[in-house]
Design a protein around this ligand. Sequence first.
Ligand code: AGP
Length: 607
Amino acid sequence: MCGIIGYCGPKPAAELLVEGLRRLEYRGYDSAGICVRTGGKLVVHKKKGKIKDLRDHVPEGLDGETGIGHTRWATHGEVNDTNAHPHLDVTGRVAIVHNGIIENFDALREKLEDDGYVFVSETDSEVIVHLIASLYDGDLERAVKQAVMLLKGTYGIVAMHQDEPGKLVGARNGSPLVLGIGDHEMFLASDVTAIIAHTKQVIYIEDGEVVSVTADNYQTSDLKNRAVDKKVEFISWELEEIEKEGYAHYMEKEIIEQPDSILRAMQGRLDHEYATGHLGGLNMSRQELLSVERVKIIAAGTSYYAGMVGAYVLESVARIPATAELASELRYRNPIVEPNTVYFAVSQSGETADTLYAMRELQRKGARVLGICNVVGSTIPRESDGGVYIHSGPEIAVASTKAFTSQITAFYLFALMMARMRHLGIEAGARMIEQIESLPRLVEEVLRRKETLIPIARKYAHADDVLFLGRGINYPVALEGALKLKEISYIHAEGYSAAEIKHGPIALINEVTPSVFLIPDDGLRDKVLSNLKEVKARKGRVIALAVDGDDEVGRIADDVFWVPKASELLYPYLMVIPLQLFAYYVALELGRNVDQPRNLAKSVTVE
Ligand code: AGP
């Protein structure tokens, strides 16, 4: 989604803004621009294309100590220079950048045009700058507040005025905005990655809040001009965590670091004395936890598949009825909220609009919604009724990998805790803790074997279609494997329950299309093996993810990636990582933009 940055301070704003936008590239964008106040005027440079195109376009040595910048992911209006942000009002004295969607922009534009305001772009965002200009009477903050009160929809904006040098005004409703507090300099941004190189002291702006900023001061208030006290938070991430650390791609780095990210997800959350899980942020008493009779999980994309694994784990370990549902579907079907139900909103970014709005719909109906998120201070965790941060560290690649394994870890911990409150004895609980604690080592072993996947990926990289098949707890892993391949290699891929292949998909089997079978040595192995044989009987090509020593699979499949033997519940971890790597190596072979695949954004903050 769009990225925003603003700067007030003594340094030349232009280069700092462009560098900040570069750190927001991972959010996905198609054009970028900056505005600085120089020579008493607002000067805008913006371009369709990548940050490097913008950098080439900005005059060398452009001075100016206050400015705003933006990376645009088009929602209204085609991708071109004019529609890029920042937008200026007709006098050139007001400039804004905006992230979000203004739902009533048509009506506002019509009224403004009737009042003589001239629009140059096709964007919804441009109405904001003309509204501010029309309401400006010498006080930018007041004009911004009056303008945003007329908006319907979501916005994270930063505005500046030629006649108020050294000042920025930010406002937020539904799209993230964070204030970075520096030494005689201040930053505003969509998220901390844009500013972490300069400061780790931040304030998260909430919906309905406005912040006025100068190099040495900031004031936060609401739309009724009431001052709002905000807590200064410290970002624990190091910049190098964000950099690629020598890996070819963020995606490769994030796949490889899963032993550590999984460990971080469980650290401090396993109680060995009582052989249970300990999750501090649920904001639920033991009595409330004991009264839980069902769990419902809402999410999108990869997080939804993690939720499906979570539902399996909750039912098998804690014997609590659990389901996962697409947040985008739940929101509009007038969901029935029952008592004694806990909902989980699973989201790496914590900003996914589908998940956020579904959570709000549930909360309006009286539901308790807990977040399982990665980005600290993002909207879903801040608006949820409690939850679990998965501590994966920044996930920069658009394709989510380490977040998935950390999200399911949160569910394993919750399931263990709930099971130990119910039927699970201390010995069984201790055994489950041992299994969970063995995960980093098992994942290390899978990663040690990653090169064996490269020839397999190269062999099938030019397939037009690929099927992914798994059963039980590994069915959602098959779905996730298909999504990974689709989103970074652009190859059509489908995930199915292996049993389901006979109900139609087997018609797709031919001598070209590869079928990837997840066939761990769990209770469903023999059934999956017979599904695998059905494909082979029709001359289909089979790639199997099988467990060390399963020679029968080794004899039948065309290609095999071997994973170490583990307890049944752990195979989602051991199976998903080869699928992440398979997609990565195929995409490399095809020369795709692995970290920023076409058409995709890291965080989809629009419906
Ligand atoms: C996953 O690789 C995709 N980038 C996408 O499906 C993503 O999982 C989805 O948009 C949800 O994002 P979230 O976890 O930040 O809510």
